[in-house]
Design a protein around this ligand. Structure first.
Ligand code: AMP
Ligand code: MG
Length: 330
């Protein structure tokens, strides 16, 4: 049985974590599926519940710097600057790990990914449990990450010990992942802290999140299909209104996510209209999950540029559609 907990019952969740169980909890990015990061058996259960490949490492969530010193061998000056500026917040930093971090957490790598979340429920849960909490997104592997407790229930009910309902997640996309373990910082996943914000602090950063079959991915998670609803998704790069009309002739049930200035064919009943990049980021995964429940024939999503949070939206969109695009050539 999975216990459904309110934020007032957070102590129960903390006890479960302490005793080697699995607890899903809200963070400002998406819901996480947590276990005591120092307990190998507990962490193993995360992989089982999610159906996550064993070589895809987990992010360890912390509430204070004392725990951090037990997890990493050293904190480079530049990483300290990042922590001062962006922690607590949606930035995951990869550093060289100590032997205390079990291999199952790091997928056998010498490094560990750490983050101090901003969501007060997440922070309080970690603090109360008194353990570092390994937590990937609380979805079945491959599905869109959950941004509300109900989506965690949809994927995880019966498979984990408890779910803490903390309402909607603020950002709606997973954290930025930045590798600070080598000489140059590498951006492995764009997220809530933007590339521009990071370069302002660090200067040059290499981007390593595009992945093709010939290249060894810098982050193991990049090689897997991700964020995908059951329905076919097409990311539309231009000529959107005409393409919607065409799809509405061809299909019965077309779903659309786009900005408010797009005129959507009246036959389209499933639509999510956004008015800013932050809103697009915030509703992208929930729209995909809500659409899926109505079994659309196709989901059309409007493409975005590379600036600010758009880079993260684009990254999730492209993987969500499996690099399936529509673009009218001139
Ligand atoms: P999730 O927990 O589902 O948000 O996924 C965590 C992401 O961080 C995945 O893409 C992992 O591959 C990546 N990650 C975690 N630890 C490391 C690490 N030590 N080195 C490189 N990537 C990592
Ligand atoms: Mg995930």
């Amino acid at each position: 049985m999975t216990k459904l907990l309110t934020i007032e019952q957070l102590n129960i969740g903390a006890d479960i974590l302490k005793n080697g169980g699995l607890v899903a909890f809200p963070t400002e990015t998406v819901y996480g599926l947590g276990a005591n990061a120092l307990d190998e058996n507990a962490v193993k259960k995360i992989f089982e519940a999610k159906g996550r490949p064993a070589d895809n490492p987990l992010i360890v969530h912390i509430s204070d710097y004392e725990i951090l010193n037990e997890l990493v061998t050293e904190i480079p000056e530049k990483a300290k600057l990042l922590m001062e500026k962006f922690w607590p917040g949606p930035l995951t930093i990869i550093l060289n790990k100590t032997d205390k971090v079990p291999d199952i957490v790091s997928g056998g790598l010498n490094t560990v990914a750490v983050r101090m979340p901003k969501n007060p429920v997440a922070l309080e849960l970690i603090k109360t449990s008194k353990v570092p909490v390994a937590a990937p997104s609380a979805n079945t592997s491959g599905k869109p990450s959950p941004t509300k407790a109900q989506y965690v229930v949809d994927d995880m009910y019966g498979k984990i010990d408890a779910i803490i309902d903390g309402g909607n997640c603020e950002v709606g996309l997973e954290s930025t992942v930045l590798d600070m373990s080598g000489t140059t910082p590498k951006l492995l996943r764009p997220g809530g802290v933007t590339f521009e914000q990071l370069t302002e602090v660090l200067g040059e950063i290499s981007k390593k999140f595009e992945c093709n079959d010939n290249e060894k991915p810098a982050s193991p998670g990049m090689k897997y299909k991700h964020y995908s609803p059951d329905a076919k998704v097409v990311v539309v790069k231009n000529d959107f209104e005409n393409y919607i009309n065409k799809c509405c002739e061809k299909y019965e049930n077309v779903a659309v996510i786009c900005y408010g200035d797009i005129k959507i064919n009246k036959k389209c009943k499933l639509k999510k209209v956004v008015n800013s990049s932050l809103e697009y980021a915030n509703v992208l995964f929930s729209a995909m999950r809500d659409f899926d429940k109505q079994h659309p024939d196709i989901i059309l999503a409007q493409d975005v540029d590379d600036t600010g949070i758009n880079l993260a939206i684009k990254n999730r969109l492209y993987r969500c559609c499996g690099y399936n695009f529509y673009e009218k050539s001139n």
